[in-house]
Design a protein around this ligand. Structure first.
Ligand code: ZN
Ligand code: ZN
Length: 242
């Protein structure tokens, strides 16, 4: 099973889990033509698509996904905001389990400035995965994870520096702590989990101005002793369970 990153920032988010004959799309914030290409133009293998929330960097192309006949899971607020009604549009309830092919999916509440969920994903080929983005915290602990995909959007240090230099609006000092995950929170959330079976940690949705990619990777590596990646378009990781 491979994880392909098509986008992981406010410019657009999309990831594909693909074992060659079964695939799951995470988010629809990247042009659907690029998603099709990443899937080798084989949409029949797609078991479904998961959407975390309505912001365009995660859901701009949700209509294209649904119109291709792909079962898509999102909160009811997302379907209302995007004015989509379709038998392929599934309104999810947090803590209710869903099956998409051999993927077992559990949405859980995230902490963002609009209704948002994270997803716990299980597949026999990759084991257990946590997928959490656009969330200033993680309210539950998941046991026996094999893969951790978690937002690490900014650090307070980088944010204040970017505000001082005029790269970032001052209002973000108020907004970000309640909507996106800070480096120290990310460290705490990771530490709260049992990392014994975790094969790698993938940091998501790094801010262009308020983060430091190399520093974030080395900090989390030092903190966990695990292999750490920062997601960016083109990154492919083998996530087959050991
Ligand atoms: Zn976002
Ligand atoms: Zn968002």
């Amino acid at each position: 099973m491979k994880l392909k990153v098509l986008g992981s920032s406010s410019a657009g988010n999309c990831y594909v889990l693909d074992n060659g004959n079964e695939a799951l799309i995470l988010e629809a914030g990247v042009a659907f033509a690029k998603v099709k290409k990443a899937l080798g133009f084989n949409l029949r293998k797609v078991a479904g698509c998961l959407i975390t929330h309505q912001h365009n960097d995660h859901a701009k192309y949700i209509r294209n996904v649904v119109e291709c006949g792909i079962t898509t899971l999102a909160l009811p607020e997302v379907w209302t905001a995007k004015q989509i009604e379709s038998s392929r549009a599934v309104a999810v309830q947090p803590y209710k389990g869903y099956k998409l092919g051999r993927f077992k999916v559990l949405p859980f509440p995230a902490c963002h400035d609009v209704p948002c969920v994270g997803y716990h994903i299980i597949h026999p080929d990759c084991g257990r995965m946590l997928f959490l983005t656009d969330s200033c915290d993680c309210l539950q602990i998941f046991p026996q994870l094999n893969h951790l995909l978690i937002e690490c959007n900014y650090s307070t240090f980088n944010l204040l520096e970017a505000v001082n230099k005029g790269y970032t609006l001052k209002s973000q000092i108020e907004r970000l702590p309640n909507s996106h995950m800070e480096l120290d929170t990310c460290k705490r959330v990771i530490r709260e989990h049992d990392l014994t079976d975790v094969q790698e940690i993938v940091l998501l949705h790094l801010s262009a101005h308020n983060s430091d990619r190399e520093h974030f990777i080395s900090e989390i590596e030092r903190h966990t002793g695990k292999v750490v990646y920062a997601a960016s378009p083109g990154l492919t990781i083998d996530i087959t369970k050991y």
